[in-house]
Design a protein around this ligand. Structure first.
Ligand code: PGA
Length: 256
């Protein structure tokens, strides 16, 4: 099955109004060369609206990096409700990034609640899963992925995956310059798809599964050519327009 490629830039806690404007300007010069790729940027929340204004009328989509798990707006100081992300033009939101799990204590249950909260506001969640180095070395990779996927499946049901994206991001590859090999990525992606196929093969087959972790211009093509890799979630390289556009080019050549 042909799944449309998605390349998502996760800017994390980086940027300024000035640097964002330059980055988006440069992306917009190139992005129409890649009509078979969905291109998404996820700026820090405070910049989403201004980046959105600059993107107006372009094919580049907007996403948040995080949202509250609360169902309703209210007295939750410092939090952002999914409806607010929608209100400023987001169509996607990252949930369960390993930095949120590790540094902000997000449990599988919280991640599942965020996934549900995103969908209830009409946002497409990008659910991040992935094992640490220690988990990989002790042979627990599949058990960890199965647990992370199952907690969302149990809480939200398989139908929720019709309008979702999964990102496989091995923690040891994030920001380290150490990328999973195409074989390691393909094995993990096929495993994730297999877990969901047990619940509904059609939904699992149409689900986009992105790879994330030190994707760069020079390794994107070999990763994106894996049959179960449908694009990338890009951190560091999404802050450099040349790198990011070259990654989009790799996704475009895959989908031909
Ligand atoms: P990286 O980050 O590309 O800088 O490794 C990926 C991510 O954390 O989404």
């Amino acid at each position: 099955m042909q799944r449309r490629a998605l390349v998502a830039g996760n800017w994390k806690m980086n940027g300024s109004r000035d640097s964002n404007a330059h980055l988006i300007h440069d992306i917009l010069l190139e992005v129409r060369k890649y009509p078979d790729v969905d291109v998404l940027v996820c700026p820090p929340a405070i910049y989403i609206e201004s980046v959105g204004r600059q993107l107006d009328g372009s094919p580049v989509q907007l996403g948040g990096q995080n949202l509250s798990e609360q169902e309703k707006q209210g007295a939750y100081t410092g939090e952002l409700h999914g409806s607010m992300l929608r209100d400023v033009g987001c169509s996607y939101v990252i949930v369960g990034h390993s930095e949120r799990r590790a540094f902000y204590g997000e449990t599988d249950a919280v991640v599942a609640a965020k996934f549900r909260a995103a969908q209830s506001c009409g946002l497409t969640p990008i659910l991040c899963v992935g094992e640490t180095l220690q988990e990989r070395e002790s042979g627990q990779t599949e058990a960890v992925l199965a647990r992370q996927i199952k907690s969302v499946l149990d809480a939200c049901g398989i139908a929720a995956f019709k309008q979702a994206v999964v990102a496989y991001e091995p923690v040891w590859a994030i920001g380290t310059g150490r990328t999973a090999t195409p074989d390691q990525a393909q094995d993990a992606h096929a495993f994730i798809r297999g877990q969901l196929a047990g619940a509904d093969a059609r939904i699992s087959n149409s689900l986009r599964i992105l790879y994330g972790g030190s994707v760069k211009a020079d390794n994107a093509e070999s990763l994106f050519n894996c049959p179960d890799v449908d694009g990338g979630l890009i951190g560091g390289a999404s802050l450099k327009s040349g790198e990011f556009m070259a990654i989009c080019a790799a996704a475009q050549s895959r989908s031909k």
